[in-house]
Design a binder for this molecule. Structure first.
Ligand code: ADP
Ligand code: MG
Ligand code: ZN
Length: 485
């Protein structure tokens, strides 16, 4: 990993700015829709086009979602906050400014706990959370030699979450972001669809002599929408900073763009263009007021958080922490698990099936768990059929997969596809005879005392029967046959 390449004489300092699109029906300050993928410039109006005289009106749903996020991140929500104009010139910014919040944000001072792969835990302080609008989008590949502008996204509601510079490795940054994304998904505050740009990260990074405590000049890698690329970009930048420092140079405060194809970060704009945004309070909007009653009401609407669910799964279903974590990845998966667990007498076995077969089906069929056709009671039935020995584990897996693919019941599939255990009769005898006659050397060795070869013969029968031979009966019949020596 990149940070491991870094000389131990240095440590990284990382702080993140995360932009998250709120799951609203309409834009932040007008009634335009927010659907992703609409034809360019079809979701626009005088307000989000910035036409003279048009006045913004605050989207209450956006404010409520932002408050929910702030509460889940343990922030203090301010009863009064102020919208501000952030002025800059860019073709995709029709008003010439973005409405954001500056010195009086909606919320400040929170934290979120996260666990790194391997178990190390951490708590990252959140500096602030504020509400703002998105800009439009410049399209460079639409017309040859010219740039087109799509303003559908202009005015879409965002929260920006700014962390303190407390992360020390790219892996920590990734672990934190994973937990943040999961938390926002649980809250249904955002769909966090990174391919569609509803979660984008600006990563600030610097390096310093290990343990020094000072803050060195940072660079900012803009607009990352992949956690693994972000990890790479942070590693790349840190190594670059170290080599600048080691050669006696000074790191320039710069904004960088990550090129995933080349695996390198390049400066986005020159130093001479460093912005002065000339923030000032938005004159067209009143102070944003959030009442105590609203904050309280919203706090009551917070769902069970992922870390609470994990703890409950361990307590209530006696699951290993690992299972609890995997099953709590999304609310849909967790709900599915609970429905299966409650229809079986063995919650750990239910966990094995959901973590194993449900996730495998989702993966193999390329269908997210949210849209996978799984009937929890049907899965519980299969688990029961395996437990009582009507199906082998292998057959159970096949039956379950066919249930997901066809929507039929276990009974229908076992009937139609002959997916039943063969526990006696000519068929079983035939497989056993073949296994024995095809392997005379093994038969001889077994009869001379190598009893562990029984497993080999059982395996042969299983292979011939494609998992349909009843393992118990196969064993009995094989013992009888081999001992007839
Ligand atoms: P700026 O004024 O450049 O926007 P801020 O103080 O607002 O800087 O911080 C922006 C982000 O950069 C925050 O997430 C913060 O944690 C992070 N940050 C600040 N200083 C450093 C540093 N020296 N190294 C790495 N990250 C930093
Ligand atoms: Mg900043
Ligand atoms: Zn509009």
């Amino acid at each position: 990993m990149a940070s491991a390449d870094m000389s131990p004489a240095y440590e990284m300092v990382i702080g993140l700015e995360i932009h998250v699109q709120l799951k609203t029906r309409s834009k932040m300050f007008c009634g335009c829709g927010v659907e992703f993928g609409a034809p360019p410039n079809t979701h626009v109006c005088p307000v989000c086009l910035g036409l003279p005289g048009a006045l913004p009106v605050v989207n209450q749903q956006a404010v409520e979602l932002a408050v929910l996020a702030a509460r889940a991140l343990n922030c203090q929500v301010h009863r009064r906050s102020v919208f501000a104009r952030k002025n800059y010139f860019y073709p995709d910014l029709p008003k010439g400014y973005q409405i954001s919040q500056y010195d009086r944000p909606l919320a400040t001072g929170g934290w979120l706990e996260f666990t790194e792969e391997g178990g190390a835990g951490g708590r990252l302080s959140i500096h602030r959370l504020h509400v703002e609008e998105d800009s439009g989008k410049s399209l460079h590949d639409r017309f040859p030699r010219s740039t087109a502008v799509d303003l559908n996204r202009a005015g879409v509601p965002l929260v920006e979450i700014v962390t303190e510079p407390q992360l020390r490795t790219p892996a920590q940054a990734r672990a934190f972001l994973g937990r943040l994304k999961q938390t926002l998904e649980y809250l249904e505050v955002s769909d966090c669809n990174m391919e569609e740009g509803s979660l984008r990260v600006d990563a600030n990074v610097s390096v310093r002599p290990a343990g020094s405590g000072e803050f060195m000049p940072k660079t900012e890698v803009k607009n990352m929408n992949s956690f693994s690329q972000l990890e790479k970009a942070l590693g790349f930048e840190a190594a670059r900073h170290v080599s600048v420092l080691q050669s006696g140079g000074v790191v320039e405060h710069q904004t960088m763009l990550w090129d995933p194809l080349r695996g390198e970060a390049r400066p986005m704009r020159g130093k001479e263009e460093v912005h002065d945004y000339r923030y000032f309070p938005e004159p067209d909007l009143p102070t944003l007021e959030v009442s105590d009653e609203l904050v309280e009401e919203l706090a009551g609407r917070l769902p069970e958080m992922p870390w609470e669910k994990e703890r409950r799964f361990v307590d209530e279903y006696r699951l290993p922490a690992y299972d609890a974590e995997v099953l709590s990845a999304s609310r849909t998966l967790a709900d599915l698990y609970e429905a299966v667990a409650q229809s079986t007498s063995d919650p750990k076995e239910a966990s094995n099936w959901v973590m194993g077969e449900v996730l495998a089906a989702s993966n193999d069929l390329g269908v997210p768990v949210e849209r996978l056709q799984v009937d929890p009671e049907g899965l519980a039935e299969v688990i029961g059929l395996v437990a009582e020995g009507t199906l082998s584990h292998n057959l159970g897996k096949q039956v379950f997969r066919r249930m997901v693919e066809t929507g039929k019941t276990a009974e229908q599939i076992m009937e139609a596809e002959g997916l039943r255990l063969v526990s006696g009769g000519d068929q079983l005898e035939a497989w056993i005879s073949e296994a024995v006659t095809e392997n005379p050397t093994e038969v001889e060795r077994y009869r001379k005392g190598e009893e562990k070869l029984l497993a080999f013969f059982i395996g042969q029968v299983m292979r011939k029967s494609q998992g349909k031979a009843d393992p118990g009966r196969t064993r009995e019949a094989l013992l009888k046959r081999l001992d007839q020596g």
